[in-house]
Design a protein around this ligand. Structure first.
Ligand SMILES: *Cc1c(COP(=O)(O)O)cnc(C)c1O
Length: 415
């Protein structure tokens, strides 16, 4: 760990204070040109308690983090809090995902959806600029368990998406089907492949092996770029599986999406996009002239308070406490799995993740509804229900669920 450490409450407050002081202060400075101000004072007044609540203080000060702060200049009015965003990215890119210092670009995006679209947009333009590729020659490869932000990206960016089947029980990519799909795509004129490999799918928590994609693509000498969707798993998998090589130590991986507003319990609006240097320039919007520096992001204005919120969480925990938190969730997940095993109930669980997805035939609908289990599909075809072991899901809740499930199954058996 180079950047990530635990800071005391006082150290955190001082750093955020210092950052805010380095920003333009809309309530004191004469600043005439910005279409922005602090939040409306009639509603968001400067209450005394804000001095002990750095994130809320930043929220009221309302800094704009428009643009990308890892490359070139940025809007100087908010340079103080930009530094904290850069620190968040250093922790994630370098300490967690093993990039070399200063060899990555990235930003805190509105969410995982945008980070995924940003990645595909970047690779689409890369192939267009570098290889003069046409839209029809570029194609997205991702498994059938992939989040719907990928078909959304395909639609927005006007690219085809080839959905790769997975095995029903273990959710692993069907390598034989994948090879056949790639061969057919090649025959149909596809030359450039944008691969999205999941590090924790939304429904199963399953983790794709990116090698399955790269081995076949390299066998046929095909051009590809590899993106990792760790929107859900990004704050779990690297901690529960310390031997993981799904990170920038693998030269084939070029970008990663991580959501802070899922496992990290940060406020919504805290997706994270990270890519290797030399790629993000492909989405430069030259017309963005009023923004100081370059706009290399999909969204325009975004709140600096979100960056400070993520910064606060990371530096309140530090790496060891975060590891401990993930370990506790792993133990609870194991507890649930053991209970399900005892009942002879079948489920899928990736051993390093905190999602348990149960075969729906074992879960009466009444129980699924009572405990808010999420079905794979909201229709009669549904085959799975998932339980996500988030921080608020404690063993005590699991025992109540298991006891009721046991009783219900027993009654069903007797009738
Ligand atoms: C949640 C999720 C997304 C989308 O993230 P949002 O923050 O909701 O936009 C993308 N991919 C995966 C795997 C997810 O779990």
């Amino acid at each position: 760990m180079i950047y990530w450490k635990k800071l005391s409450k006082e150290e955190r407050n001082n750093k955020v204070q210092k950052a805010l002081n380095a920003n333009v202060n809309f309530s004191k400075d004469t600043s005439l040109g910005y279409p922005a101000s602090k939040l409306d004072g009639k509603v968001f007044y400067d209450a005394d308690f804000l001095k002990d609540a750095p994130v809320l203080q930043t929220f009221v000060a309302n800094p704009n983090h428009i643009g990308c702060h890892t490359l070139g200049d940025s809007e100087s009015a908010f340079k103080g809090t930009h530094v904290l965003e850069k620190e968040v990215l250093d922790v994630l890119a370098v300490d967690v995902f093993k990039a070399n210092p200063n060899e990555y670009d990235g930003y805190i995006s509105p969410g995982g959806t945008e980070a995924n679209i940003q990645a595909i947009w970047m690779y689409r333009n890369f192939f267009q600029y570098k290889n003069h590729a046409t839209l029809a020659e570029i194609v997205i490869l991702a498994s059938e368990d992939t989040h719907y932000s990928i078909p959304k990206a395909a639609n927005v960016l006007q690219l085809d998406w080839l959905k790769i089947p997975v095995a029903f029980e273990n959710r692993e990519i069907d390598a034989i089907a994948l090879e056949a799909i790639i061969v057919t795509a090649k025959e149909n004129g596809k030359k450039y492949f944008i691969v999205v490999s999941n590090m924790g799918t939304t429904m199963f928590g399953s983790v794709d092996n990116p090698e399955v994609y790269t081995t076949i693509l390299e066998k046929y000498n095909l051009d590809y770029k590899l993106h990792i969707d760790g929107a859900y798993g990004g704050f779990v998998y690297p901690f529960s599986n310390e031997k993981s090589i799904i990170n920038f130590s693998n030269p084939k991986i070029s970008s990663i999406t991580i959501d802070a507003h899922k496992m990290l319990q940060a406020p919504y609006g805290t997706g994270v996009f990270i890519c290797r240097k030399g790629l993000i320039e492909n989405v430069l919007t030259k017309e963005a002239q009023y923004v100081e520096g370059m706009d290399l992001t999909l969204c325009g204005s975004r709140s600096g308070a979100n960056a400070v919120a993520v910064w606060m969480i990371l530096f309140t925990y530090g790496p060891h406490k975060w590891f401990e938190k993930v370990s506790v969730l792993q133990m609870r997940t194991q507890y649930l799995c053991t209970e399900l095993d005892n009942l002879g109930i079948r489920y899928f669980r990736e051993p390093h993740m905190n999602i348990v997805t149960i075969h729906s035939e074992f879960i009466p609908k009444t129980i699924a509804e009572k405990y808010d289990l999420v079905p794979e599909t909201h229709n009669s075809e549904n085959k799975w229900y998932k339980i996500v072991l988030m921080n608020h899901v404690e063993v005590q809740h699991l025992t109540i669920f298991i006891d009721e499930l046991k009783e219900t199954l027993l009654c069903l058996k007797q009738n």
